[in-house]
Design a protein. Structure first.
Length: 278
């Protein structure tokens, strides 16, 4: 799979998408990287620690988050995308579900669109992604956690997302799917999504697992977001063992080490760490 100027061997290795939130209200790191210089420094740190993609988001999607206007979200992400792309040779993702924000981010140099609503929120987004011929990560989500058979219903919801992508002209090689841990799911649903992640391979696309510091870990361990590293690492091990192509995380170095060790044990060794800093 090609993202930006890099080929990803998604069948043989689990890659790291590093989280760069330029928001004042994200659930675990809100406000820390709002300043462009701080954001660049953090991006550099993540790259040095082993990030393969930098995912830049301008709107928090924590429970009860404040919906931003397109203009405000664009103002937050575009300058940071431009700065990261000008300084580092690394693929950049934009975390948005809005077509106008995605277009502005892609014009600024973003290489991938990461959509938490699986093309079901903004009906124009699929067309923008197809127009720019970029990959996208499409996440499972629902407004209510109301399921008859959770895993079967989740897979069917994702089939609908795939259909939207195909009708818009997004080719198969540009699709990544995300089970959406922490979105439209109960605590038990979230655990099942992680534990049965291999079922998503039935759909035939690379998988991204995003669990970093999320509430399912906090509930399992009774810990605040700042103390959920070990729980996150446990889910990363599960992701590697179930052949996820990507994990989206905050703590790069620890996750890179846990991936390397797990791949050494399972024999699913990839091509090594990146060399993105100039």
């Amino acid at each position: 799979m090609r993202i930006g100027n890099r080929d990803f061997d998604v069948d043989k290795h689990t890659y790291i998408m590093g989280i760069l939130n330029v928001t004042p209200d994200s659930f675990s790191d809100g406000g820390k990287w709002n300043d462009e210089d701080a954001a660049l420094k953090h991006a550099e740190e993540m790259i040095e620690e082993g990030a393969d993609i930098i995912d830049i988001g301008g709107e928090s999607t924590r429970p009860g988050y404040t919906l931003l206007s397109d203009e405000e979200e664009i103002a937050r992400v575009v300058t940071v995308i431009q700065a990261v792309k000008s300084r580092f040779d690394i693929p950049v993702s934009v975390d948005t579900y809005k077509s106008h924000v995605a277009r502005a981010a892609l014009e600024a140099g973003a290489d991938l669109v990461n959509d938490i609503w699986g093309l079901k929120y903004d009906k124009e987004l699929a067309g923008v992604i197809a127009e720019y011929q970029v990959p996208c990560c499409l996440m499972h989500n629902r407004r209510e956690a109301d399921y008859q058979d959770f895993m079967e219903d989740m897979l069917q919801d994702l089939r609908e997302t795939i259909s939207i992508a195909k009708k818009a002209g997004i080719p198969d090689q540009n699709l990544i799917l995300d089970p959406g841990v922490g979105f439209g799911k109960t605590y038990e649903n979230n655990l099942e999504a992680i534990n049965r992640l291999e079922r998503m391979h039935e759909l035939g696309y690379p998988i991204l697992l995003g669990t970093s510091r999320k509430s399912v870990i906090g509930l399992a361990l009774d810990l605040p977001a700042s103390e959920r590293l070990e729980g996150t690492l446990a889910t990363t091990v599960m992701g590697v063992m179930k052949k996820a192509a990507f994990v989206r995380v905050h703590d790069i170095r620890a996750n890179a080490r846990i991936i390397k060790m797990t791949e050494a044990i399972t024999g699913r060794a990839g091509s090594g760490r990146n060399t993105w800093t100039k």
